[in-house]
Design a protein around this ligand. Structure first.
Ligand SMILES: Cc1cc2nc3c(=O)[nH]c(=O)nc-3n(C[C@H](O)[C@H](O)[C@H](O)COP(=O)(O)OP(=O)(O)OC[C@H]3O[C@@H](n4cnc5c(N)ncnc54)[C@H](O)[C@@H]3O)c2cc1C
Length: 421
């Protein structure tokens, strides 16, 4: 019998297994064959993620090979650059995420965590004093507490246990190995967040520039995988404003990863002996799609809630685990997510307003140091529960003032509503 079984070894499940195996007997199970290869990814890792990982890992140069120095909020008209030099420390780091996950798993195993890869869990049976999980080969394991960190790929399991599932969108991602000299020449930033409703009206097109590699793609779409792939191919070949970045880079479309990305948190993330973490719970910020931050934060919160319950040998009842839901509210949903909800409402969904407001926002970034400073501070904040929504309102008011006169007339109700989020 395990103390805790974790299903899913993405960033969230691997991070939780690492933390929990310091005090519990843990089994981490993953459907993909990590013994062969963990899929490669480059991500931007803002400084505000740092409180949720150990210093040992934060300083690991394979997992985090370079600092994140410049952010480009790009519109068709402007490059809204946030450059660390204007304010001090870098905005965070660049993560080679498969290395990050590999390290988390390696450290968890060093602490005694058992791991099983290439095993998909297909059934879960709840009993009074334990939970039994069964894999696709018919083998079963028992645990006092089950942690679902299954991202967007375990909704069937979630539903079978009586949990809601979050809203689901599509994301497409392509990674390419590139000579450092080409990266230096082509990119004056490490992350580009670009809104164009013809690409996606519910998410950004992005570049993440790593060390010796770059990734691109877009999020929030609802098209079929074939349409997503075809569109990315056309963007990389023809989209004028990004041609200077992709010059000399070749993309192997056979390596494209297409997957669901979920957002809008479910209302209850715990049940007797079961707890749902990360993207499975819809914990992805609704505007920026920061799943890494939320996955790491929820793993950290869960680990801290579970430790005393385990040492007191409790039943892991719903009323004991609810502390996890409350902490998620306090740290993420009651503050930082309100900004995301307002931005999602303001920018996404409507083609015309998306373009106009995004152009105005990037213009404001160019002209207004205070706005740049607020963005910088959000990326750097070390205690998300002290997130200041007053700054967002201040920016919202200036953004409205920046809009062309015609847009103002039609958009003021939208702004008024967004300000009340
Ligand atoms: C294209 C794209 C780009 C993104 N870019 C960024 C970014 O730059 N920054 C950022 O912060 N976020 C980004 N995100 C979001 C972020 O990557 C995810 O939200 C985050 O990684 C989710 O972590 P997770 O551990 O909760 O879930 P996942 O990483 O999805 O991990 C879940 C794991 O559970 C396993 N699993 C599922 N069901 C079972 C089962 N039945 N049995 C066994 N194993 C199972 C899966 O195989 C998977 O490995 C991006 C997402 C996409 C799709």
């Amino acid at each position: 019998m395990y103390d805790i079984i974790v299903i899913g070894a993405g960033v969230c499940g691997a991070s939780f297994a690492y933390k929990a195996s310091k005090y519990a007997k843990v089994l981490l199970i993953e459907a993909q064959d990590y013994n062969k290869k963990i899929p490669e990814r480059v991500n931007i890792f803002a400084e505000h993620n740092k409180p949720f990982i150990d210093d040992l890992i934060w300083k690991d140069e394979e997992a985090f090979p370079r600092p994140w120095k410049v952010l480009n909020y790009k519109s068709e008209k402007n490059d809204g650059l946030i450059d660390y030099k204007e304010f001090g420390k870098p905005l965070g780091k660049i993560s080679h995420t498969e290395k990050f996950i590999e390290k988390l798993i390696q450290y968890a195993e060093d602490q005694g965590c058992d791991t099983r890869f290439n095993e998909k869990i297909s059934k879960i049976n709840k009993h009074g004093d334990h939970v039994e999980i069964i894999n696709n080969k018919g083998e079963s394991y028992s645990t006092k507490l089950l942690v679902l960190a299954t991202g967007s790929r375990g909704f069937g399991l979630q539903r079978s246990l009586g949990f809601e599932v979050p809203d689901s969108y599509m994301g497409i991602y392509l990674n390419s190995d590139v000579d450092e000299n080409i990266l230096d020449e082509n990119f004056n930033f490490q992350y580009m967040f670009h809104l164009n409703p013809n690409i996606s009206s519910d998410g950004p097109f992005f570049f993440n520039v790593g060390k010796g590699r770059v990734s691109t793609g877009y999020l929030g779409n609802k098209e079929t995988p074939a349409q997503l792939k075809d569109k990315l191919d056309r963007i990389l070949r023809n989209y004028e404003i990004i041609q200077k970045y992709v010059k000399g880079i070749s993309w192997d479309l056979n390596n494209i990863v297409i997957g669901d990305i979920s957002k809008h948190p479910i209302s209850k993330m715990t049940n007797n002996r079961i707890i749902v973490l990360g993207e499975a719970a819809g914990l992805v910020t609704p505007f920026f799609y920061e799943g890494m931050l939320c996955g790491l934060a929820s793993a950290d919160i869960a680990s801290r809630v579970i430790e005393p319950l385990l040492s007191n040998n409790t039943e892991f009842s719903s009323s004991e685990l609810v502390k996890y839901d409350q902490e998620i509210d306090r740290l993420l949903l009651d503050g930082y997510f309100r900004n995301g909800n307002a931005c999602e409402y303001l920018f996404y969904g409507n083609k015309n307003s998306m373009k106009n407001i995004w152009n105005a926002y990037t213009e404001m970034l160019l002209k207004n140091k205070t706005v740049r400073k607020f963005v910088y501070e959000v990326l750097m904040i070390q205690d998300l529960s002290s997130y200041n929504t007053d700054n967002d309102r201040w920016v919202g008011e200036r953004l409205f003032a920046q809009l062309p006169l015609l847009s103002k007339a039609t958009m003021w109700p939208k702004f008024l509503k967004a300000m009340s989020f």
